[in-house]
Design a protein around this ligand. Structure first.
Ligand code: ZN
Ligand code: ZN
Length: 103
């Protein structure tokens, strides 16, 4: 699980989101519609990583979220532009309560 150090909330296991989400959180903007990608790889579950409506359209992520499996899914996710974000800020900005999980 990635770790993020937030100037307001200190260290947390992080949520993940596209850089537009990070920018909106930083500027206090509304997050709008979000879509998520989750990847299962062996016994490991990565995500959900959140994407804004524009990114979702661009990358073909459906509103219900995209659930991927295996190395292909992992490669796809790491090929996208996203970064760890503070889960407390994410939730405060109206983000979903379903954050980064690893099982
Ligand atoms: Zn985006
Ligand atoms: Zn924070």
């Amino acid at each position: 699980m990635p770790f993020v150090l937030c100037p307001q909330h200190g260290g947390h296991g992080s949520a993940g989101g596209c850089r537009h989400i990070a920018e909106r959180i930083a500027t206090g903007g509304h997050l709008g519609e979000l879509a998520s990608i989750t990847v299962e790889y062996n016994d490991f579950k990565l995500g959900p990583i959140w994407f804004c409506a524009e990114c979702a359209t661009q990358h073909g992520i459906s509103a219900g979220g995209l659930s991927l499996k295996g190395a292909d899914g992992l490669n796809l996710l790491y090929g996208l532009d996203w970064a760890p974000i503070c889960p407390v800020c994410f939730r405060a900005a109206g983000g979903p309560d379903r954050l980064w999980t690893t099982t």
